[in-house]
Write a new protein. Sequence first.
Length: 149
Amino acid sequence: MKHRLLATATLLASGLALCLAATLPAQAEPCSFARVAGSYGYTTAGFVATPTGAFVPAAAAGRITFDRNGNVSGTQTRVVAGSALDETYSGTYTVNPDCTGSFTVLVQPDTRTSTVNLVWTDNANGAGAVFTTPGFVLTATARRIHPKD
């Protein structure tokens, strides 16, 4: 009788453990250069400071590419106070296991440096970002051009 009770309790405990394991969410895969690598389309909006210290509206749309070695490059059309300019940029980026990161790029033809903090979302198919360059109050939203499953 004791053995039968012990066997029944073990079977129930095993069944419960299997049910719980099946219903728990899977752990997200940590972010890495390989996981976030790819091209993203993005839009940026906010304000930038003029040499006099006044802030004027700014927006951009472009394509950014992160490679598997920590390099980033892209193209964009940006508009500041109603004046448009096509730009290119390149630099380096970091990515942390929690999917946060940052990048620093040299932007041409203006020859300015931009720094950005970001977080990859939706299984690294999207990202949200904020510029940390002094004089810039800009946020960006990006989506992977060819999404991963």
